[in-house]
Design a protein around this ligand. Structure first.
Ligand SMILES: [Zn+2]
Length: 423
């Protein structure tokens, strides 16, 4: 674009004389001010009382990009959740949620209390746009004007934050879940205001399970039993999403049976590994091999890590503790990972106790015989495994909570599939 065109653009936008704008623009450009910055400063110069519209342009949500400095947008408030954050040394209560129009949805953070309520149709004038994780997000602050619209928009998105645990992702705000408290313990932690008591444990619903932290212990959670939680948020903790229940969340006991895990579906190994980690996942695959470091092993009494020949990498020469475990490679054709079985599951696949394993090793004068026995039991067979999947630079590991030989053999599955097709 030529300077002349820029000037014409600006002049018509601002409703001022083109020659005047052009001479100002010329000056700035001669001082090596980049053209966009020059236009911006002229918008500010003429925008104030200049009769034109220096106001940010109105946009549909789907059109907003991180490059927009600020926009004016009309949408329906889907969710609005309060949260306390520490910012520049002091605590602020912010409201976070999602806004939708006919074209799409966008996350927002409100730094002022605008009284946003799910279901309201609002116009946010001069809302800031920032980039978060590659996506645009709205910042509603001091310079944002907020007005309530009388006519609602027709939107496809659902109002409210009801969700199932399996759908929750790190970064989700203002979510509502109905869960059973599967595990719960009270702990004292060193919080941002000194020692404080929290609850932590595991929630479950029909879709699966997720760990939680309850920052302001709620009696209904500590008592256990099904609860409805409104306005929780999701943060990553040790590689998996964690449900955070804060002082602004509401927790209400509910009178409904929750069949934890009833609707979970088996995932492909490749798909599961691709997610980067899942707290609760079920996979079916063939055991291709039992890795070294399986069977009868010794652990350091200090750090509990597996040791070789009585040597801990950190604690040197130690008197090892005998233990059982299995590290098995599971493959379903879409991918492979290492399944780790603890002592109890290992006893099951070995078909004996730790004492039996020690006895077998003594007789053979070789502890490898225990791993060999396990190999004979599981290699080449199909297993259904359930547990926590973590993926890091060392690979994908699944800490198994359940490990059972898959009931359906390939032939039965093929028959079932054909029946389905012919039905
Ligand atoms: Zn050690």
């Amino acid at each position: 674009m030529e300077l002349d065109d820029h000037a014409e653009d600006l002049a018509s936008d601002l409703g001022v004389d083109k020659e005047e704008v052009k001479s100002d623009l010329q000056n700035l450009v001669e001082y090596s001010v980049p053209i966009d910055e020059a236009k911006g400063s002229l918008r500010r110069k003429y925008g104030d009382g200049g009769g034109g519209s220096a106001a940010p342009s109105s946009k549909e949500i789907a059109e907003i990009t991180p490059e927009d400095g600020s926009v004016t947008v009309t949408g329906v408030v889907l969710t609005a959740g309060k949260r306390s954050i520490r910012y520049q040394g002091s605590d602020h209560v912010i409201v976070e949620g999602r806004l939708a129009d006919e074209s799409g949805t966008i996350d927002y953070t409100a730094w002022e209390d605008f009284g946003l309520t799910p279901g309201d149709t609002i116009t946010a004038g001069n809302a800031g746009v920032r980039e978060w994780d590659g996506e645009p997000e709205l910042n509603l602050g001091e310079s944002t004007s907020l007005s309530l619209e009388e006519d609602s928009l027709e939107i496809a998105a659902e109002i409210g934050g009801d969700a199932e645990l399996a759908d929750l992702q790190t970064g989700d705000r203002a979510v509502n879940v109905e869960v059973d408290v599967i595990e719960c313990e009270r702990r004292t932690i060193d919080g941002r205001d000194g020692e404080t008591e929290i609850l932590s444990g595991v929630f479950g619903d029909e879709s699966g399970r997720l760990p939680f932290t309850n920052w302001d212990p709620a009696p209904a959670i500590e008592d256990g039993g099904p609860v409805r939680i409104e306005n929780a948020y999701v943060q990553e903790f040790r590689g998996v999403p964690e449900v955070n229940v804060s002082e602004f969340s509401t927790v209400t006991p509910i009178d409904r049976e929750i069949e934890v895990g009833a609707d979970t579906t088996t995932m492909d190994v490749g798909e599961a590994v691709g997610t980067g980690g899942i707290y609760d996942v079920e996979l079916v695959g063939n055991v291709l091999a039992v890795r070294d470091g399986s069977g009868l092993i010794q652990r350091c009494p200090e750090c509990y890590r597996v040791i070789q020949k009585g040597q801990c990498r950190t604690h040197g020469d130690v008197d090892g503790i005998d233990d059982l475990r299995v590290k098995a490679i599971l493959d379903d054709g879409t991918g492979a990972l290492t399944v780790v079985l603890d002592d109890e599951l290992t006893e099951q696949v070995y078909g004996g106790t730790l004492e039996d394993a020690l006895e077998q090793a003594r007789e053979a004068m070789d502890q490898e015989v225990v791993a060999d026995t396990i190999r004979e039991q599981i290699v080449g067979r199909e297993f259904r495994v359930r547990g926590h999947l973590s993926v890091d630079e060392y690979g994908a590991n699944l800490d198994a909570e359940q490990f059972e030989e898959s009931a359906e053999d390939p032939e039965a599955r093929a028959t079932a599939f054909l029946e389905e097709v012919n039905a």
